[in-house]
Design a protein around this ligand. Structure first.
Ligand code: ZN
Length: 108
């Protein structure tokens, strides 16, 4: 009888200690979350995800029309013809950037 009462008291204390420790853990967890701004970070990350998703949606629509722009891009790059500057005086092939003939010095 004495042993049963003692053991019952032990279990009660154990459960009480467990509950108190859980409460302390939750309280410390809240403090830690507040201190490291965990909740704020999660909210900001969720907001970032939302904004990125809207960005992707916004970009995916112009991409359909943007494909035409990408089709035009090679034409734009091909538009300036890479023609050598041929001297009228001596028919020497100069570079496109040259202002004067590299052979005779004539103005191109
Ligand atoms: Zn020349």
């Amino acid at each position: 009888m004495h042993i049963l009462l003692k053991s019952g008291g032990f279990y009660e204390y154990a459960i009480l200690w467990l509950l108190v420790s859980i409460l302390i853990f939750l309280a410390l967890r809240e403090v830690a979350c507040w201190y490291w701004k965990v909740n704020e970070r999660i909210e900001l990350q969720q907001e970032q995800i939302k904004l990125l998703k809207t960005l992707v949606r916004g970009l995916s629509l112009p991409n359909d029309s943007g494909q035409k722009i990408t089709e035009n891009q090679p034409n734009i790059t091909a538009q300036p013809p890479v023609s050598d500057r041929i001297c009228k005086k001596c028919n020497f092939k100069n570079k496109p950037d040259d202002m004067f003939c590299n052979n005779c010095g004539n103005k191109l």
